[in-house]
Design a protein around this ligand. Structure first.
Ligand code: UFG
Length: 332
């Protein structure tokens, strides 16, 4: 019995692979390396296929050869801004490719999938903290593709008995404490790595997008969650799917407390001991003022307990990776 991880060369995917391996699971990675890193799978020393999940024939073969019982599906495009500029790319790469992946699973008789979803399925929240049953009204194509896939999974459970757990991540950050893997997006758009690049002197300053939001200091509030806590939730989701429990379920993953952009920069100044210049600039289109998760359901139903909830610890682990790997996985 093994677990196939699509997008296992990416940021959250590679950390989940490390977590699964550490718990004795057999893991195989499929990644087309458009945004993932060969360096990550090399470090993890895991069976790896440079295959696109749209290649149904190859996928059915891999699922059969490795006796896969569960797929953990990360492979997707995930930039909100880019999805607004080029929505069709997102429908094709996210919805289209996942349709193909699910057909390969049905053909190969694989019955379980853990799906990488997002807080972006909620859009502008009605209330805080956000619960799973709250209104889902994405404000960008990226969130809409993830919601469409969640619906496809609902129907696939009814039709084919394909069980799914959709994990809706809030803001992932941090890096593995011992294995040399971490966050390396090109170009980088996420706050924590950008702040740390500024700490390293790779950027002149952090641009703070908007200082007039209805929050205490006027900057956006997000719920930051350690990537290893996300990884452990995926492992628990696999265990739940393998049990008699479950069906088609969604869980939020966050710490339940929010930090503003300015608070994140302040924490990073403390952790790094560097000045980290910041300048206020205009709002970025499509940013909700505040996104904070209620993760009560993940705690009660998955038995999930975040182990690295402190923002200082999250930023410190990312800082160790950035200092040791100032150019990420290097030239590829
Ligand atoms: N920010 C800045 N300056 C920067 C980068 C970010 O001020 O240089 C701000 C953003 O405006 C936002 C906050 O920092 O208020 C966090 O931004 P990120 O880009 O790090 O993360 P997002 O909250 O935009 O996005 C994350 C995931 C998405 C997911 C979304 C769900 O990266 O994949 O959460 O809302 F869709």
């Amino acid at each position: 019995m093994s677990i196939l991880v699509t997008g296992g060369a990416g940021y959250i995917g590679s950390h989940t692979v490390a977590e699964l391996l550490e718990h004795g699971e057999q893991v195989v990675v499929v990644d087309n390396l458009t945004t993932g890193h060969r360096g990550a799978v090399d470090v993890l020393q895991v069976p790896f296929y440079n295959v696109d999940i749209r290649d149904t024939e190859a996928m059915v073969q891999i699922l059969r050869d490795h006796e896969v019982d569960t797929v953990v599906h990360f492979a997707a495009n995930s930039l909100v801004g880019e999805s607004v500029q080029d929505p069709l790319k997102y429908y094709e790469n996210n919805v289209g490719a996942t349709t193909k992946l699910l057909s390969a699973m049905v053909q190969a008789g694989v019955k379980n999938i853990v799906f990488s979803s997002t807080a972006a399925v909620y859009g502008e929240p009605e209330k805080s903290p956000i619960e799973e049953r709250d209104r889902q009204q994405p404000t960008n194509p990226y969130g809409d593709t993830k919601l469409a896939i969640e619906k496809m999974l609902d129907w696939s459970y009814k039709a084919y008995g394909l069980k799914s757990i959709r994990l809706r991540y809030f803001n992932a950050a941090g890096a593995h404490p011992t294995v040399p893997i971490g966050e390396d997006h090109r170009p980088e758009s996420h706050l924590v790595p950008i702040v740390l690049q500024a700490a390293l002197g790779q950027r002149e300053a952090v641009s703070v997008f908007g200082n007039d939001y209805p929050t205490p200091d006027g900057t956006c509030i997000r719920d930051y969650i350690h990537v290893m806590d996300l990884a452990s939730a995926h492992r628990l989701a696999v265990l739940r799917l393998r049990s008699e429990e479950g069906g088609a379920e969604s869980f939020n993953l966050g710490n339940g407390s929010g930090f503003s952009v300015k608070e994140v920069i302040e924490v990073a100044r403390k952790v790094t001991g560097r000045a980290i210049p910041a300048v206020d600039v205009a709002r970025r289109a499509g940013d909700p003022a505040s996104l904070v998760a209620s993760s009560t359901q993940a705690r009660t139903m998955l038995g999930w307990e975040p182990q690295h909830a402190e923002l200082e610890e999250i930023v410190a682990s990312a800082w160790r990776w950035h200092q040791a790997h100032p150019n990420g996985y290097g030239a590829e």
